[in-house]
Design a protein around this ligand. Structure first.
Ligand SMILES: C[S@@+](CC[C@H](N)C(=O)[O-])C[C@H]1O[C@@H](n2cnc3c(N)ncnc32)[C@H](O)[C@@H]1O
Ligand code: SF4
Length: 453
C-alpha cells in the first residue's frame, strides 16, 4: 500500500453514482414538462425491448444508526405504512397515465430506510398494486434491502412469492464496540438466521453490506467481522467506505467524534485487508467497493461488460428508464434526472394534488451525456474509449488534469483508450474527477463530498 499516494489523493470527491453528481445539477432545476417528456421518450425507446426499472424508497427505520447517511425517517409507529404505500401507488398511477402502453417491468428494487419495516402483507399490497398496471418483462429481477433484525421468515417468503430473488442485508460490522458506537446492535446469529432462511426459501443471491472506516474499527476487529462474513458466504458483498458527512442535514452522525475514526492510511489498510481476505475466500472485486462470488450475476455482468452503476451502487443490468417512487427517490431517464421531495410531508402533499412530486432535477446537455458515458465506463469497466465525441480541446484538458496520475503510473493512455491500472483502482474517483467538467467549472467552496479513499 502506497501511503504517500493515499495522502496525496485522499481529497473530498463524488462517488459517481450519477453524472452530473447531484450537487452540480442545474441550479434552475428541471421543468416538470421536460422531465415528463424525457421519461416518455426513454419509455417509448425501451419499454418494448428491455422494459423499465422501478426503485421504491421505503424510508422508515425503528432505530437510528448513528453512522447512516441514507434518507430515512425514524419511528416505531407502524400506522405510517398504509398512507405511505397508498401515496407511492398514487405516484405510480401518475406515471402510468403518462405512458401510452403498459409498462414492462424488468427490475424492481426496494430500498430505504428499511423496506422490511413494512408488514409482509403491506409489501404484498404494494408490489401487487405496481404489477396490476404493468407486466413483468422477460428475465425480470426483483431485489430488496432488509435489516437482519426485522426480516422475518414471513417477509422473505412473501417477497419470494412475489418474484424477488435477490436480497441484501445491512451488516456493517460485528464488533460490539463498533456496534455500540454506531447504535446498531446486530448479532451474528441474527444475520446467520436471515441468510440461512433466504437460502432455504430459494433466493438466488444474498448480499451483505459491510462498512470500513467506522469508529473504533481496527485490524483485529475487521478480521473478526470478515471471518464471520466468510462463514456465511454471501454471494455479493458491498464493502463501503464510511462516508463521514455530519454537515448534511438529517444524517444523524453522532455518538463518536473524528478522533474515534481510523485515519486515512489506517482506513485504507482496512480496505486492503478486507480485499485480501475476500480474495482468499474466492471473491472477485467488482468495480469500486463491491465483491462477488464467480457464480453471482454481478460477476458475470462484469465479465460481459454489462455492469451498470446507479444511485443504489452497482447493478448487473441497465434499463434506459428508472422510475423512482417515494420520498427522496431519484428517477433517471438517461437524458435527465429528477428527485422527489425529501420529506414525507412535502412528498405526500404534492402527490395528493395529482402532481409528480419532483423538487429538483437536471436535463443533460450533449456534453453531459458523453461525460456520463466516460464516467460509467471508468467506474464499471476501468477503461474508456476516447471516440465518444468529446472535442480535441476538452480531451487535451482532461489529459492535462490527469498528468500527475499518469506520472504516478496509475493509468495508461493510448491513442484510443484510457485504461486504469491495478494500482489506480483505489483512485478511481480521482480519475473520474478529471472528466467532471461540472465540478471543474464550479469548484465547491464548502465541503460537500466525502473523502475519495
Ligand atoms: C438502506 S441501508 C440497508 C438496509 C437497512 N436499512 C439496514 O440498515 O440493514 C443501506 C446501506 O448503506 C450503507 N451506508 C449507510 N450510511 C453509510 C455511510 N455513512 N457510509 C457508507 N455506507 C453507508 C450501509 O452499509 C447500509 O447497509
Ligand atoms: S443503516 Fe439502515 S436501519 Fe440504520 S438508520 Fe440507516 S437505513 Fe435505517
Amino acid at each position: 500500500m502506497n501511503t504517500t499516494l493515499i495522502q496525496k489523493y485522499n481529497i473530498p470527491g463524488p462517488r459517481y453514482t450519477s453524472y452530473p453528481t447531484v450537487p452540480f445539477w442545474d441550479a434552475k432545476g428541471i421543468a416538470i414538462n421536460d422531465w415528463k417528456e424525457t421519461a416518455k421518450r426513454a419509455f417509448d425507446e425501451s419499454n418494448a425491448e428491455e422494459g423499465i426499472s422501478i426503485y421504491i424508497h421505503l424510508p422508515f427505520c425503528e432505530s437510528l444508526c448513528t453512522f447512516c447517511a441514507c434518507h430515512k425517517r425514524i419511528t416505531k409507529q407502524h400506522n405510517v405504512e398504509t398512507p405511505y404505500m397508498e401515496t407511492v401507488l398514487k405516484e405510480w398511477d401518475l406515471y402510468c397515465e403518462l405512458f401510452e402502453t403498459k409498462p414492462r417491468i424488468k427490475e424492481i428494487h426496494l430500498g430505504g430506510g428499511t423496506p422490511t419495516f413494512f408488514a409482509p402483507k403491506n409489501l404484498e399490497h404494494l408490489i401487487n398494486g405496481i404489477l396490476d398496471k404493468a407486466e413483468k418483462a422477460e428475465g425480470f429481477s426483483f431485489s430488496f434491502e432488509g435489516h437482519p433484525n426485522n426480516s422475518s421468515k414471513a417477509h422473505l417468503q412473501t417477497l419470494y412469492d412475489l418474484g424477488f430473488r435477490r436480497s441484501s442485508f445491512g451488516v456493517q460490522d460485528y464488533d460490539p464496540v463498533v456496534q455500540k458506537a454506531i447504535h446498531r446492535i446486530q448479532p451474528f446469529e441474527k444475520v446467520k438466521e436471515v441468510t440461512d432462511n433466504c437460502r432455504e426459501i430459494g433466493y438466488e443471491s444474498v448480499s451483505h453490506d459491510l462498512v470500513f472506516g467506522l469508529p473504533f474499527q481496527n485490524e483485529e476487529s475487521i478480521r473478526k467481522t470478515i471471518k464471520h462474513t466468510i462463514e456465511l458466504k454471501p454471494d455479493r458483498l458491498a464493502y463501503y467506505s464510511y462516508a463521514h458527512v455530519p454537515w448534511i442535514k438529517g444524517v444523524g452522525q453522532r455518538g463518536f467524534d473524528e478522533n474515534d475514526l481510523p485515519k486515512d492510511d489506517e482506513k485504507r489498510h482496512l480496505y486492503e485487508l478486507g480485499k485480501q481476505l475476500f480474495f482468499e475466500a474466492g471473491y472477485v472485486e467488482v468495480g469500486m467497493d463491491h465483491f462477488a462470488l464467480p457464480s453471482d450475476s454481478l460477476f458475470k455482468a462484469m465479465k460481459n461488460n454489462t455492469l451498470h452503476r446507479n444511485f443504489m451502487g452497482y447493478s448487473a443490468g441497465k434499463t434506459k428508464l428508472m422510475v423512482g417512487l417515494g420520498m427522496s427517490a431519484i428517477s433517471d431517464s438517461w437524458y435527465a434526472f429528477a428527485q422527489n421531495e425529501k420529506t414525507i410531508e412535502d412528498y405526500t402533499a404534492r402527490v395528493k394534488k395529482n402532481k409528480l412530486p419532483i423538487f429538483r432535477g437536471h436535463l443533460l446537455t450533449p456534453t453531459d451525456l458523453i461525460i456520463r458515458k466516460h464516467i460509467l465506463n471508468l467506474m464499471c469497466n476501468l477503461e474508456t474509449e476516447w471516440n465518444l465525441g468529446l472535442s480535441t480541446k476538452i480531451k487535451q484538458e482532461i489529459i492535462g488534469r490527469l498528468s500527475e496520475i499518469i506520472e504516478d503510473d496509475l493509468i495508461k493512455i493510448t491513442p484510443n483508450k484510457i485504461i486504469v491500472k491495478e494500482a489506480g483502482r483505489m483512485f478511481i474517483r480521482n480519475i473520474c474527477m478529471a472528466f467532471d467538467l461540472r465540478l471543474i467549472e464550479n469548484k465547491p467552496d464548502t465541503r460537500i463530498f466525502s473523502m475519495t479513499i
